[in-house]
Structures are given as C-alpha cells and as structure tokens.
Design a binder for this molecule. Structure first.
Ligand SMILES: Cc1cc2nc3c(=O)[nH]c(=O)nc-3n(C[C@H](O)[C@H](O)[C@H](O)COP(=O)(O)OP(=O)(O)OC[C@H]3O[C@@H](n4cnc5c(N)ncnc54)[C@H](O)[C@@H]3O)c2cc1C
Length: 368
C-alpha cells in the first residue's frame, strides 16, 4: 500500500475537524480530512440543527473568545451565503446567582446585557416561570445550525483543495521521522502534522502516544417539547444544583417550533463505541419535572428525544495543543460548538507551527 503525502491530515469531520480543514485549506496547505462515518452522522457530538451560541460565561476568557468567534461565524455565513447562527438573544435565570455575576463580567467587557427583575422577565417571556432572582438577557445569544455549518466548512475546504474521505475509520496513527502516518484499512497518508479531532475517540486513538489528561465520555440526552404558546422562546440556561438549558430545536424537532431541553453534566459514563443510544428514563422524568415547575408554556411530555456524547476535561476547559506531530483538538465538555470556527483557526495554527495561543488549553495546564 503506497503512502500519500499532505501538509496536514485531520482525523474526524465533526465541527472541530471540519473547521480545521477549512482553516488549513484556506491557508493554502494540502489537507486530507478522514472521517470514520458519513457526513452529518449521529454517533458523535456535532449532529443536528441546534446548539446554543452565547457570550455569557462566568469566566472572562470564554467571553473574549466568544467575541472572536462571533466575527468568524459572520465570515463563514457570508462565504456560505446562508445563515448559520440565528441571533435571538439568550436568557439566564435560576437560583444559583450566576446571571448577576455574568452580567457584571459581560458589561465590564463591553458586551450588551440586561438584568431584569423577575416580573419584567415574566412579561417578556410568558412561557417561563422565574424565581425571585434577577434574570439576565444578552442580545448576542442565538442558535447555531451545526449540520449546515459543518457542510459549509467542508464545502469551503474542498473548494480550496482539501481531500475528504468518509466511511474511512483511522485504525492507527504513528509518529515517524517526518511527522506522522495515518492508516485506514486501505490507505495511508504521511504529513508533518496530524490534527486529531476525534471527539470521544481521541483517547483510544492517541492515548498511547501523547500524555493526555483524563477525558470522560458521557452519553447525554435532549428532549423536544412542544410549546403551548408561541413564545418568544430564546435559548436559555437555568442555574441550580443542576444546570438545564433549552433552545429552539429547528429541524431536529419532530414538530415545528419544538424546544430542545437538556441537562448539562448528568450523563452516563461510556465510550465512543460502547454507548447504547438509549435515553435515560430518570433524565426524562427530571426534565419533565423541570418543565412543570419552570416552563409552563411547554407541554411536559416530550414529542422526541435524542442522545449525544460529551467528552469532558475535569474543569471543562478545552485541549488545543501540539505534542510532536500531533495537534490535540478536544473542544467539547458540552460547550464547544459555538467556538468551532475559532477552534479550526487555532488547530490550523498549531499544525503550521504556531505556539499554543491559550495556556489554559495546553496539555501542561491540564496535566498540572
Ligand atoms: C447534547 C449536546 C448538546 C450540546 N449543546 C451545545 C450548545 O448548546 N452549545 C455549544 O457551544 N456546544 C454544545 N455542545 C457541544 C458541541 O456539540 C461539541 O463541543 C462539538 O460538537 C464537538 O465537536 P467535535 O468535532 O470535537 O466532536 P465530534 O462531533 O464527535 O467529531 C469527532 C469525529 O471524529 C470521528 N472519528 C472518531 N474516531 C475516528 C477515527 N478513528 N477515524 C476517523 N474518524 C474518527 C467521529 O466519527 C466524529 O465524526 C453540545 C453537545 C451535546 C452532545
């Protein structure tokens, strides 16, 4: 079997790998993108039509990054000629007092935000019930369409000469004197840099060769609930002991207008290959109870449900770093979709020899 050459090989065509392929190909590099499944498949983390875009984080680093990526999303949408992030604004509420903290951080960084008394919030969003705490709204929030975004990124990558291979599981990657070799069942490629954007499969593929911090893969679920009233229903996050979120489900919803609801961080520990795809009935019951208590404008029983994978670091910071020829690209922990075009640029930079742009995302920081 002959070994072909490229400037960079990317393993995984989810949001991260698709973004990296576009970013590198636009820099004039020869790129090979290798994906185990088909385009838009549902076995990883990036499928479907709905993820939340938000600038609100209780951490100035991520707020700054959302500002950078907002510009990149607009560029991508202009290039693609279609809307990829629908800006609706986003709501934050709940007893954990995070909305007030985020309001202070956002406004200090010049990001528009409002802090509303619960009565005013109830008038504005009659489908939701608020406690006594203030409610935050920031107008830059919205809904990302990952399926269309990935397709747009891969079209752009292809237009700049990237070669895309689907249904081609990478069986092995190995460092060699010139960089690394990537093997599938019937082909192999050699390149000075290999970006591993394999989501839940990162550690099985690379763990023997790169010192990785613990990465916990969990199967989480989302539920689609039909509104009893039209809304408005902007994306929201509710902060209590458990963090819950909701957003318009878009094409994912079985019924037009359905709202997708989920829990952050209460998944079942699994592996990329070992997950069973079965929705946890306890999660369904918890989310139903949440709807009854806080979302009176939604039907409490879901019309649809779906599972998905989180791949999480201990502190939910991403890993974006280079070790030898390998660029480790692990931007999940349940919040990476919104950063995809920026993650692509960072991974492309690392593949081209740039230093890691953010210390918190380095292997050294994670391995502490
Ligand atoms: C239910 C849910 C809700 C979320 N909500 C939000 C949100 O509201 N906002 C937000 O910003 N983020 C959200 N996220 C997180 C976001 O979706 C992820 O950060 C993002 O999709 C991660 O993309 P990825 O490319 O790293 O991983 P993936 O999409 O999993 O891509 C990895 C790819 O690598 C491929 N692969 C693996 N091994 C191999 C191999 N050996 N050979 C070839 N290919 C391989 C896989 O098939 C897969 O296609 C959510 C995630 C989930 C699961």
């Amino acid at each position: 079997m002959s070994t072909e050459r490229a400037d960079a090989i990317i393993v995984g065509a989810g949001l991260a790998g698709s973004a990296a392929a576009r970013a590198l190909a636009r820099r004039g590099r020869s790129v090979v993108l290798v994906e185990a499944s088909g385009p838009g498949h549902r076995r990883g983390s990036s499928h479907g039509s709905a993820r939340i875009f938000r600038r609100a984080y209780p951490d100035p680093l991520y707020v700054r990054l959302t500002g950078q990526v907002q510009v990149l999303w607009r560029e991508l949408a202009a290039e693609a000629g279609e809307e990829l992030v629908t800006t609706t604004g986003a709501v934050d509420f709940g007893p954990a007092r995070l909305p007030e903290k985020m309001y202070q951080i956002l406004t200090a960084l010049g990001v528009p935000a409002e802090l509303l008394p619960p009565g005013a919030a109830a008038e504005r969003w009659p489908g939701m019930s608020f406690g006594p705490e203030p409610v935050m709204f920031h107008p830059d929030g919205g809904v990302i369409d990952p399926e269309r975004a990935m397709a747009a990124m891969r079209r752009a990558a292809g237009a700049h000469g990237a070669r895309l291979f689907f249904g081609a599981p990478v069986l092995r990657v190995e460092a060699d004197h010139e960089g690394a070799i990537v093997h599938t069942a019937d082909r192999s490629w050699r390149a000075p840099a290999v970006i591993v954007a394999a989501g839940a499969w990162l550690a099985p593929l690379l763990g023997g060769q790169v010192p990785l911090p613990p990465l916990v893969v969990t199967q989480v679920q989302a539920f689609h609930h039909v509104p009893r009233e039209p809304g408005p229903w902007p994306p929201f996050i509710y902060y209590d002991e458990v963090v819950r979120y909701g957003l318009p489900a878009g094409r994912d919803g079985e019924v037009p207008g359905a709202i997708k609801l989920g829990e952050h961080g209460l998944g079942t520990v699994t592996t990329g290959d070992g997950r069973d795809g079965i929705v946890n009935p306890a999660a369904r019951a918890r989310v139903g109870a949440f709807v009854r208590e806080h979302l009176g404008g939604l039907e409490p029983d879901p019309v649809g449900e779906v599972t998905c994978l989180y791949t999480s670091t201990a502190n939910e910071d991403f890993i974006l770093d280079r070790h030898g020829p390998f660029v480790i690209c692990s931007p999940c922990s349940g919040h990476g979709a919104k950063f995809a075009p920026l993650v692509g640029e960072i991974a492309a930079g690392l593949a081209c020899g740039d230093p890691a742009p953010e210390r918190r995302f380095t292997l050294a920081a994670h391995l502490g």
